[in-house]
Structures are given as C-alpha cells and as structure tokens.
Design a protein around this ligand. Structure first.
Ligand code: GCV
Length: 836
C-alpha cells in the first residue's frame, strides 16, 4: 500500500512545521492517549455565546479533538449522564444538583475539577473560574495525564494583569516581536482576531486583566473613535474572562480636554475625569481600571501642582469607584537628573522617598504597583524596599516578561528563577516572616487587594515574543501570578511538554538550557550586583558600562581606576540599606553578610576586594565573563542535539537565535573584560583578557576600498578598531596571508550589523569561497536596533570545519548598502575546542 506523504509523516516521526501561534495550547496528540478515559459529551450550564462558560465548552471540544481526534457533542440543557463533562458556575451547578461537596471554599476565579471515570465536573466560583477549570483539565490531558482526582484551586491574588506597552502608532515600547496587536496608525485596530487569540492564551494562564496601551500614554486614546475601539477590544477579550484596562496620560484634561489645568484638586479636572470615565464605561462596562505613570521620565503628574502622588491617584480612584474599577498607580517615580558627585544621592531610594509618607493616604481601590527591584528590571537587584514599607496601602509587583535589559529575546533568558528569588525573599517586616509574595497577595499586611502586573511585549510575530523559547516566560508569569509557591523548574517543564511534546531528551535539554540561562547572562553582562552593564542611554541591548555613570539617570557603578560599586550603607553611603526592615538592613549594611551577588549593589570596594569565594572582584568579573560566554556556546550544541526531534520551523528559528547569542555573548565577554582591564590595569590571572592568539584583526589586513575605523565604545571592537568601506557604493576587500598551521578550523568572522543597510559579504580562502552572508539582522532579529558600530550591532558568523593551508590568501569582500559600510572587526581561526 502506498502511503500519501501526509499520512506517512507522523509514522516517520517527523513533526509538522509550527509557527508558534498556538504556543502551549497546541493540543497535540499524546502517546498515552489510549489509556486516558474521556467523557462522551459536554454539558455547559450556560450556553450564551460569548460567555466564558460557552468559551470553555468550545475550548474543551477543540482540545479533545486535537489531542484525541474525538469530537465531543454537547447536550445543552438536557440532563447529564454518567459519562458527561459538566461545566458551569457553582450557583448554576448547585441549583441543578444540590450542594457540591468541597466547593464551599471556592473564591472568586477559583475552580473545582473532579473526574471519576467518564464523569467530569468543572465548576467555577464564577464563569471565569469555570473557564480556568476547563483549561486545567485540558492542560493535564495535553500532558498525557488521566484526570482521576478532585482539585480545588483558588488564586492567591485578585489582580493578575498584563501591561502592554503598545503605542497608538502600532509600535511597542520594549517589544521585540513586531507591531501592536491593539493599535495601528493612531487608532484601535478593526480586526481583533489576534487580540482574541492572545486573550485565549492569557485565560489559559488565569490572567484576568490587560492594560492595552503604554504607560507612557497618549491622550488621543480618549478620542471618540478610540473609545469605540476600546469597546471592540474589550468585546474580543470578554469571552475569555479578561477585563480591559487602559493607561492614562495625567495631563489629558489640559492637552486633550481643552482645560487650562490638570491639577487633581481642581474640581473642573475632577469632573472632567469623572465624565470621561463614565463614557469609557458606557463602551466597556466591565473595564478593569486605569494604570498611571505620573511624574516619571518626563510624564506629567500631580507634583506639577504641588499635590501629592496620592492626590493624583485618588482623583482617578474617585472616577472609577462607582463602576468598581481599580487604579494601579506606579511607584516607578524618580528624578532622572540626580548628581553623581553627591555620594548620598541614590535613585534606588526614590520609591520609598516618594511613597513612604503617603502610606494609608490612598483610596481603597488604589494599588501601588512596584517594580521588583529599586532600579529597573536589572539582571540582579534586591527586592524593592517599598514592599515592606507600605503597610496600609495595597501593592502589586511589576515583572517584565519582555526582557528589556536581559537580551531582548535574542539571548535565552528563562525568568522564572529570577522572579521566584524576588517573590520568596523575606523582607522581615517587624521581624516577622514577610515574603514578597505574601505582601503582594495582601496576606502579610491584611490588604484587600494585591497582585501582579507583567509587562508582556507581545507583538504580531507568530511567536508572540519574537522567540519560541521566550514563551516560557509568559507561561511562567501566569502560573506564578496564580500561585507563587510553584517551583520555577516544574512550571518550565509543564511548558516544555505542552510546547514541544514528550521526548525526554527535548525535556532535559530545554530544561538545562533554560535553567542555566539567567546565570549565564548575569555572568557575561554584569556581576556581583553591578547591574546589567548595558548601554542605558541607547538601546539597552549590548555592552556599554561607561554609560551607567556621569549622567543623571542614577544607574551608577561609580567605577574608577581602583574601586567600584555603590555605597548604599547607612554609615557611609546613600542610606538605601536602611530602607529595609531591621534584619535585612543589617545584612546589607555589613559587607560580611551581604551576599556576593549583591556586593557591588550595596558596597563600594577595591577591585582587589576578596569575595567569599576568595577570588578578587576583578578576577571574578573576568572568570564570570568567560564562564557565561562558554555556557552560551554550549547552548548551540545542546540545541543542535535536538535536530529531528522538533519540527524544522521551530528548530531552525531557535538555532539561529542560539547561534546569534553565542556570538554576542563573546562580544559581551570581551567588551566588559576589556573595559575593566583597561580601567583597573589589573591583569587576568589566567591571561585571557586582551590575549587573542587566533584572531586576524581586520584593520591589520591589506585593505582596498576599506579603511580603518575607531569604534566607540572602544571595547566593543577587538583591538578597538574595525574597518569600513571607503564609499557607500563600492565594495572593499581585506586580504591577509594565513599564518596558522595547515589544518581544519572553524572560521569566525566578527562584523557589525547596523540597521539601515543590508551589506553583503564573501569570505574566500585561496580559490575557495568559504561563505557568503548578508548583514540583515533588521529582518531576522527583534532587538532594539543600532545605527552605529558598537556593542549592539557587533555580531559573529561562523563557518565550520574549513580546511586551511598555511600561507594561502584570506580575502573578505564587503559590499556596503544604505548607511551600512560592510563593517568588519576580525577573523578567528579556531582549532577544535577553542573559542576566541
Ligand atoms: C515604558 C524604563 C524603560 C522604559 C519604560 C519605563 C517605565 O525606563 O526603559 O521604556 O517606559 O522603564 O517602566 O515606565
């Protein structure tokens, strides 16, 4: 019998191409399908189209059809038989069947899931809870589990929202996956298909609210056309139990409403907001509330009128209160013009300084939304001291799913462990257990509200975040927001199973890579609590440690020839350690008890300071950078070992990213090591820094149509120099005789891929063309672009296993394009096992 290609593919074990759009809701067949007992029909206790229970019924049909190939019928309002799945709210269920044992403890959004043979009961405290129960059931089936027990699950927090930083023009601040799902050309989109698909993904994670526009808000969101548009967006989310909210621009009454003021205590302003709010609720009756960034990074706020931040927040709180709305008021308020010559100035103090005296002055429907650390989503920060400072104010934690400072989804970065470390941190308020997760749940200080805000960054790219592997972060965010006690690795493994299937090697490999990803990135970016060391005044992507200092942004390292670190002690520094509760303050105040990974966050020390490992600070820097970059090289081999076990589309896409990361990790390693080597003049004990025996520097080759170019920052090019073509039209060549011994080498070319041009390159050895490539990262990578030769554009391409003869001519030809002058840094000839 001849099999058609289509039917033979699964038999051969080849996975069909996947573009990522279904994320963890792929409902792929499971190996244990035959042993799983399923109901024969679904009975939904609310069949109103658009209700979450109706959505749940559809999702159950879709999921069971995908996983098992079975089409479950619905038996509407007829009585369920013993092989039915019943789904509905607790009230609906109990009015038909009487009290449901065990369900009395259900809270809002909580669910009860029980299965016995073919009989399955899914009941939610509300409709949303029923939908969550359906997703839980499907998640277990999709992971090959037979559901045989009873589960009652309640959320730890009421607020589980995403914050989308989408602009009205369709761009996304700190987004790396294409354009906005919500806005285009100044208006809310007409086609809401992707909005609904996104809401479906989020509902499966039990997210219940979404702020759809950037906190750097544009008042035109409030024009008539956009208010209609918000109604449309909300309608697309409602079937998934997701409430829409919006960010507001504080100056809207003046800049959009035609008033001459935006003073929160001016009755005209108050009335204006009340009116606008009423109109919004007429379009979006279940609007979740407003998110407000005030008096921060140039955004307007109440301080303009000498009113307090609480005055500002409460103005909005009054407007939404009659509608049951919430105000998420951001604690990310700081002065970005502080003076580094003042050794007591400290941006890390800002949140407590601005909010401490306002504790208890916010209306009950205000929640102060606090970034996890005191600065800004850095690779390592201590928990924000404001969490244990506000006792009479509801708070939420802001986490960043889109890794703005952490590789922008071109570097693998599983954030679950970072978030867990913050959430599990015990801030010891009044010397009592005070974990961050228990503070933001409201439990520790007995607050009625609390929760999570996840800055997502999803865009129109089918991978949602610009990288298949990055989706573990969106998944983990939802899971931890529901129950922060979950283990980050277990959560990750659920995601792997749902996203990539059941192969043990796939599971082990992605687990290993993901769990190593944060330590690796920390190692080759910024260590010991010095922050990420990226370029904070430009793209936040590549290395540029000098950009941290000598400006008013306050992300200082205070590095000089002999010393480094912020002195945040009370006795001698900015006093930031004293913002923590007594026991934590003591730990950070004392250099002996400060953990090494926060040493430079709290202390200013000589490079020769010994760590608990007995290494000096500077040697730790060097070693960590080499170690982190080496781990990133291994990720490529690890991923390659999965060839054939993952569909080609996702395999190639991730391989491309890992290859990029491996090259860029070397840029980071060399750049940071070189910077501190140059500054401190302390040699690497292992003689690696500044010593690159396998490189041919482009500027030392014979150049025709190319010229040397001094790169800035100097440490982002090997030997501080690169070459660029002398014209932006004519190709240049760089040639050299190979002096390395005859043998087989990997040949790596480091070059710069700028936005604004797609230069083409050819590498020849003697008469052999080794390879051709195009500098087109603007088309293939999602990170923030650079128009310069620098640490953001620096990258590497490698040609493997090339036979090389000593003495033959190496030639690179570069054809410039647009503003990109085919820039080249160096060529490495790498014998097996060498990375240089
Ligand atoms: C939305 C950092 C980011 C900004 C962001 C800001 C904030 O400064 O770089 O892009 O603006 O935080 O959280 O408000």
């Amino acid at each position: 019998m001849r099999l058609s290609l289509l039917t033979s593919l699964p038999l051969l074990g080849l996975a069909a191409a996947e573009d990522g759009l279904q994320a963890w809701l792929r409902y792929a067949p499971v190996p244990s399908a035959n042993s799983i007992v399923l109901p024969t029909a679904i009975r939904a206790l609310n069949a109103t189209s658009g209700s979450p229970v109706y959505t749940a019924q559809q999702e159950l049909q879709r999921g069971i059809s995908g996983i098992f190939g079975k089409q479950l019928g619905t038996n509407g309002s007829t009585t369920a038989n013993s092989s039915s799945l019943i789904i509905g709210t607790l009230d609906a269920y109990e009015s038909l069947h009487g009290a449901l044992e065990g369900a009395a403890d259900l809270q809002d959004d909580g669910f009860y899931l029980s299965a016995s043979g073919q009989s399955v009961t899914i009941v939610g405290r509300n409709e949303r809870g029923a939908l969550y129960g359906a997703f839980e059931y499907l998640s277990r089936l999709a992971q090959g589990q037979n559901v045989t027990t009873t589960t009652i699950s309640n959320p730890q927090v009421p607020i589980r929202w995403t914050n989308e930083w989408d602009n009205m023009d369709g761009s996304i601040e700190r987004g790396y996956a294409g354009s906005s799902l919500f806005f285009r050309n100044g208006y809310a989109v007409d086609n809401v298909t992707r909005v609904a698909e996104y809401a479906r993904l989020l509902a499966s994670l039990r997210i219940n609210g979404m702020i759809v526009n950037n906190v750097n808000a544009n008042a035109t969101l409030l024009n008539d056309r956009n208010l209609e548009g918000l109604g449309r967006l909300a309608d697309a989310m409602r079937p998934y139990g997701i409430q829409l909210g919006i960010s507001l621009n504080f100056a809207s009454p003046r800049d959009f409403g035609g008033l001459n003021s935006f003073d929160p205590l001016d009755p005209k302003v108050d009335a204006w907001w009340a009116n606008v709010t009423n109109v919004i609720y007429s379009k979006v009756p279940d609007m979740a509330g407003y998110l407000v960034k005030a008096n921060s990074e140039g955004q307007p706020g109440p301080l303009t009128y000498n009113r307090t931040l609480a005055d500002g927040a409460n103005m909005f709180a009054r407007a939404v209160n009659p509608h049951g709305g919430l105000i998420m008021f951001r604690a990310f308020v700081y002065d970005n013009h502080i003076n580094e010559t003042n050794w007591t100035a400290d941006r890390a103090n800002a949140a407590v300084d601005f909010f401490q005296h306002l504790d208890g002055k916010f209306d009950e429907n205000v929640v102060v939304q606090i970034k996890y650390g005191p600065i800004d989503f850095q690779v390592r920060e201590p928990p924000n001291p404001l969490f244990s400072t506000l006792r009479n104010t509801s708070t939420s934690i802001e986490l960043q799913i889109t890794p703005e400072y952490l590789g922008q989804n071109d570097h693998l970065m599983y954030l679950g462990p970072l978030w867990k470390e913050i959430l599990e941190a015990d801030l010891r308020a009044d010397s009592q257990p005070s974990k961050v997760k228990d503070i933001v749940s409201g439990q520790r200080f007995k607050r009625p509200l609390g929760g999570y805000a996840g800055v997502s960054g999803v865009g129109a790219n089918t991978t949602w975040l610009g990288s298949h592997l990055a989706m573990s972060n969106l998944y983990a965010y939802g899971r931890l927001a529901w129950d922060a006690s979950q283990d980050a690795e277990e959560v990750l493994q659920d995601w792997i199973r749902l996203t990539f299937g059941f192969d043990q090697q796939v599971m082990d490999t992605i687990t290993d890579m993901s769990m190593k990803s944060w330590p690796a990135y920390e190692n080759y970016s910024g260590n010991l609590g010095i922050q990420t060391l990226t370029d904070i005044t430009y793209t936040h992507f590549g290395p540029n440690p000098a950009s941290q200092d000598n400006n008013g942004w306050g992300q200082w390292t205070r590095a000089d020839k002999d010393t480094i670190g912020m002195d945040r002690t009370v006795k001698n520094g900015t006093g930031n350690a004293g913002q923590y509760s007594f026991e934590v303050a003591q730990m950070y105040e004392n250099i002996e008890t400060t953990p090494d990974n926060l040493l430079l966050w709290f202390h200013h020390v000589p490079y020769t300071q010994r760590l608990k490992s007995n290494k000096t600070v500077i040697q730790h820097f060097y070693d960590a950078h080499y170690e982190g970059a080496a781990t990133a090289q291994q990720f490529v081999q690890q991923w390659q070992s999965l060839k054939g076990k993952i569909d080609a589309e996702r395999f190639e896409s991730v391989l491309f990213e890992q290859t990029f990361q491996a090259g860029h990790a070397l840029v980071w390693r060399d750049s940071i090591s070189e910077f501190y080597h140059n500054l401190s003049e302390i040699a690497d004990e292992n003689n690696r820094v500044g010593n690159h025996p396998w490189r041919i520097e482009a500027e030392k080759m014979t150049l025709s149509g190319y010229k040397p170019y001094a790169v800035s920052p100097f440490h982002t090019a090997s030997g501080a120099m690169a070459i660029v073509t002398t014209s932006n039209i004519t190709a240049g060549t760089a040639t050299a005789n190979v002096t390395f011994e005859t043998g087989t080498y990997d040949i790596a070319v480091n070059y710069f891929d700028l936005i604004g041009g797609r230069s083409t390159y050819q590498l020849d050895l003697g008469n052999q063309t080794v390879g051709r490539w195009v500098g087109n990262h603007e088309d293939t990578l999602g990170h923030a672009p650079s128009t310069y030769l620098d640490g953001h554009s620096a990258t590497r391409i490698t040609f493997k296993g090339i036979d090389v003869r000593q003495g033959e001519v190496l030639r690179i030809t570069g054809q410039p394009d647009g503003i990109e002058p085919a820039p080249l840094d160096y060529i490495s000839f790498l014998p097996p096992g060498i990375v240089d």
